[in-house]
Design a protein around this ligand. Structure first.
Ligand SMILES: [Mg+2]
Length: 310
């Protein structure tokens, strides 16, 4: 059992580090990454003028998910949890759109996180998240808000697995991703990540945790694409291919199933080495900050903060 501060912090901080590692190469193809950083690709954090490695929207939204869940827990079950998390995402939205929230519902906008300037910065916020949160309606599995399977639904839901048991985590991960992403792969991937984190916190090995998430996914309509991509990544992680070749076989790394799969491949391949796993997870053609963030969430929860290099 890893229900301990060390692993909770490992999960959140691990994700932030992977996010920051991938940020400078988010939109670069592998060829360009190698041309800039050498044949092995990027292998260290890039610091800004203040000596800080900058997180992106992935970590911003992960923090708001955490705040939403903490707030829902304070209500002792007397609330619909995805709705409380939705309000947390509205707070994130207000940071990205410079919305003056004075006069708005005070309960919604009274937030610990809104005091941090860095969370107001534009760090590549996803269009699907912004558009969905600008609407009057709230997305759900029953009433999809769009047909998006971008990775904005999955990259933010790891904290759910720190709090809820694996079955609840799967369901809530799906529900919270579906607030903004309506394609089955867009929200099932969210359920899978939350479930994987929950299983790891319960003490499972990473491969067992993935199997458990696959089992729950198979109860959902439209699960095939997501499950097939994850199963391919698991299989490739056992082969002896060069990582960049294996990742290319998973896909381009922009859709939610492929982003989760690349993070899973890297976590399985280097499960005892946080740094190697993260480097593997970001050097490819796809969405490097999100693959890095998710890989960091998984391995941070698995290894704990003490095993993340200083
Ligand atoms: Mg990002």
């Amino acid at each position: 059992m890893k229900r301990d501060e060390k692993y909770f912090k490992g999960c959140i901080l691990g994700g932030a580090i992977g996010d920051a590692l991938g940020r400078p190469i988010e939109l670069k193809k592998l060829k360009e990454i190698k041309a800039t950083y050498g044949s092995k690709g990027i292998n260290n954090l890039t610091l800004n003028d203040k000596g800080i490695a900058e997180i992106t929207d992935d970590t911003q939204m992960t923090l708001f998910t955490a705040e939403g869940i903490l707030r829902a827990n304070c209500k002792n079950g007397r609330c619909y949890i995805p709705a409380v998390v939705y309000n947390a995402y509205l707070r994130w939205y207000s940071t990205q759109r410079n919305i003056d929230t004075r006069g708005y519902d005070e309960c919604t906008y009274n937030s610990y996180l809104l005091k941090y300037d860095e969370l107001y910065e534009d760090r590549g916020a996803g269009n699907t998240c912004l558009t969905s949160l600008s609407k009057e309606e709230i997305g759900s599995i029953k009433n999809p808000i769009n047909n998006s399977k971008g990775c904005g639904g999955v990259m933010r839901v790891a904290p759910i697995g720190l709090v809820y048991n694996k079955k609840e985590a799967f369901r809530l991960g799906c529900d919270c991703a579906a607030l903004t992403h309506g394609h089955p792969s867009g929200y099932i991937s969210g359920g899978m990540l939350s479930c994987i984190i929950s299983c790891i916190i319960e003490g499972m090995e990473i491969d067992e945790a993935i199997n458990c998430a696959i089992t729950f996914s198979k109860d959902m309509d439209g699960y095939c694409e997501c499950v097939e991509t994850i199963e391919k990544a698991v299989k490739l992680s056992k082969d002896d291919l060069v990582d960049t070749d294996a990742i290319r076989m998973i896909g381009e790394g922009w859709t939610s199933d492929e982003v989760l799969a690349i993070a899973i491949y890297s976590s399985l391949k280097y499960k005892d080495d946080f740094k190697k796993a993260l480097i593997c997870s970001v050097n490819h053609d796809g969405d490097s900050d999100s693959t890095g963030a998710i890989c960091g969430n998984i391995l941070g929860a698995y290894l704990g903060i003490d095993n993340i290099p200083k």
